[in-house]
Write a protein that binds this ligand. Structure first.
Ligand code: F6R
Length: 614
């Protein structure tokens, strides 16, 4: 939540910051702002709305300076107004600061500062920080970097902060705790800072990810200096970015979401690459191989996640229990962390997160670690916080996902969980060699089959036209297709704002069936497999109440075709791999409906991609 970009060097800071903010807009788009130091003046430009608004607002002004900070906000404290937009500035106008995260004790700090004469303009928690730094700076007679370091010991909460002062026009200070911050080291003594590496990659591939409670003191032309909050100097660990710029562009597609849906044959392939060898009958997950015996012998594997990643975890539960015969529990990270769960060193907790930054998922891991459990991660963003706090883990390698609604990250997570289930099952001996090899061959064929599913796009667009004005929708599936139904419903509601519910198909008659009438579209996964006949009965129950059936079926199916209003065929595959194919028509359907309803597909209202607040 909230995106941060900053630059210090010889170049014009404003274009770099605006471009960077556009790349980070997926993190929040309630308001945007920039602060620049120009000829000893600290100038602030900020307004409610998207980065494009800010750009337009600034176009009439002279936004100059070679040092600057920029912010795109996802509102937590105070509505999305001009005044609440970051940067926030000290009362004497010398210090400006941007912040991502939440200051939990902001009210107590605010009351104290008010008593000392500070006047607050905004309703944000962030303004407390700027006044606190100013207050400490003046009282202790220290420069703003030292004042910021001292201020942080009074702060409870999460933060990524960058501050500049017109009294030190050659310096910038940054700090992080539980919210990500990356420093890019330019070739000309210049530096780039951002919430993730996407705004940095076009300028440099040399980066340093700040650790928790680390403070970076950045001076143009000098080496990056890092300190702990206790003022001990630390050595920066410089890493090489592997990201390519093209991955961050729309590449001819109208929206990132559509591009990312179409990237799935490649992203699934990238997730499989080097890990699956069907010919030799081998699955290797290098990142977790030292922990596989521990997983096999564990009391339970507990998968913690939020949102779409939680749906992937549910698919994982089916796969791991079915193939590897290991107890699996799936938990919403936000519930798990506050439930005082019973955990021991015999449990393995696995976090699943695209961003690797989700606050609740991080906290669930920290709790599990404190109770002695082994903690593993399945993340997409390389170098993200979750990937760094876990004992071990595997990356999904889906590439940057920019559309706020998760698509290719979900299929990559399910792919990785399939590999994990197969690898554990093989090592444990709970799968026959023949079945193992059949599944490997089937899994290897999935990227080509996904390509075939994508060919149904035109048909799905037609279906979307018919149901775009629906006010409610039901999604049904059984077995590992039940999480696909949940995911289908989530995709529809989050980008088209149509209310949708996902249900296990058999649960429909325990309540939701009361909603069914001739206006209710019911999306059903009715592919061939163990529960096919049961799902057919559920379809009949819907038809008997005049509901509209849109069914995902296996190629060549005739029985459901006769009953359904529409069918979308997917290639035949082993039942346990169906989620990887069946989810794609739902992604396309939500996409087209959202476009037809004129919704902002890539940046749906009220959402942000990286949820770093609980
Ligand atoms: C929905 C979506 C969210 C995320 C959730 C978890 O399309 O993207 O539900 O899945 O916020 O995010 P990560 O996976 O980054 O932990």
């Amino acid at each position: 939540m909230c995106g941060i970009v900053a630059y210090i060097g010889k170049k014009d800071a404003f274009p770099i910051i605006i471009k960077g903010l556009k790349r980070l807009e997926y993190r929040g788009y309630d308001s945007a702002g920039v602060a620049l130091i120009d000829n000893g003046q600290l100038n602030i430009y900020k307004c409610a709305g998207k980065v494009a608004n800010l750009e337009e607002f600034i176009s009439e002004k002279n936004a100059e300076g070679t040092i600057g900070i920029g912010h795109t906000r996802w509102a937590t404290h105070g509505p999305p107004t001009d005044v609440n937009a970051h940067p926030h500035i000290s009362m004497d106008g010398s210090l400006a600061l941007i912040h991502n995260g939440i200051i939990e004790n902001y009210d107590a700090l605010k009351q104290e500062l008010i008593k000392q004469g500070y006047v607050f303009k905004s309703e944000t928690d962030t303004e407390v920080l700027v006044h606190l730094v100013d207050n400490i700076g003046k009282k202790e007679k220290v420069w703003f970097g030292e004042a910021l370091r001292m201020a942080l010991s009074h702060v409870v909460g999460a933060y990524a902060i960058v501050a500049i002062s017109k009294d030190f026009p050659n310096q910038m200070v940054a700090a992080r705790k539980s919210s990500p911050l990356v420093v890019g080291i330019g070739e000309e003594g210049d530096f780039y800072l951002a919430s993730d590496a996407t705004p940095i990659v076009e300028y440099t591939k040399q980066v340093v990810y700040l650790e928790d409670e680390e403070i970076a003191v950045i001076k143009f032309g000098e080496e990056l200096k890092l300190f702990s909050i206790n003022d001990e100097e630390k050595r920066p660990y410089i890493q090489q970015l592997e990201m390519e710029l093209e991955a961050l562009e729309k590449g001819g597609y109208e929206h990132f979401m559509l591009k990312e849906i179409h990237e799935q044959p490649r992203s699934i392939q990238d997730c499989l690459r080097g890990r699956l060898n069907a010919q030799e009958g081998r699955v290797t997950l290098g990142g977790i191989k030292d922990y596989e015996q521990k997983m096999i012998q564990a009391n339970r594997l507990i998968l913690v996640a939020c949102g779409t990643s939680w749906h992937a975890a549910l698919v994982g539960e089916y796969l791991i229990e079915d193939l590897a015969r290991i107890n699996v529990e799936v938990e919403y990270a936000s519930e798990f962390r506050y439930r005082n769960p019973i955990l021991s060193e015999n449990d393995v907790v696995i976090a699943i997160s695209q961003s690797g930054e989700t606050a609740d998922t991080m906290a669930a891991l920290e709790l599990a670690k404190s109770k002695g459990a082994t903690i593993l991660g399945i993340c997409n963003v390389v170098g993200s916080s979750i990937s760094r706090i876990t004992d071990a883990g595997s990356y999904t390698h889906a590439g940057p996902e920019i559309g706020v609604a998760s698509t290719k990250a979900f299929t990559a997570q399910v792919t990785l969980l399939t590999l994990m289930a197969l690898s554990l099952a093989h090592k444990k001996g709970s799968i026959s060699e023949t079945n193992f090899r059949i599944l490997l061959t089937e899994l290897e064929a999935i990227p080509e089959k996904v390509k075939k599913v994508l060919e149904t796009n035109a048909k799905i667009e037609q279906i979307a036209l018919e149901y775009k004005d629906a006010t409610n929708a039901l999604y049904l599936g059984r077995g590992s297709s039940f999480p696909v139904a949940l995911e289908g419903a989530l995709k529809l509601k989050e980008i088209s704002y149509i209310h949708a519910e996902g249900y296990p198909a058999a649960e429909m008659k325990h309540g939701p069936i009361a909603l069914i009438d001739e206006n209710m579209p019911v999306f059903v996964i009715a592919t061939k497999g163990n529960s096919y006949e049961k799902v057919v009965s559920n379809i009949q129950e819907v038809k008997a109440r005049k509901g509209k059936i849109i069914a995902i079926v296996t190629e060549g199916d005739t029985q459901v075709r006769e009953m359904a209003d529409h069918v979308i065929e997917i290639p035949e595959t082993n039942e346990i791999l169906v989620p990887l194919l069946a989810t794609i028509p739902f992604q396309l359907l939500s996409y087209h409906i959202a476009v037809m309803r004129n919704c902002n597909v890539d940046q749906p209202r009220n959402l942000a991609k990286s949820v770093t607040v609980e």
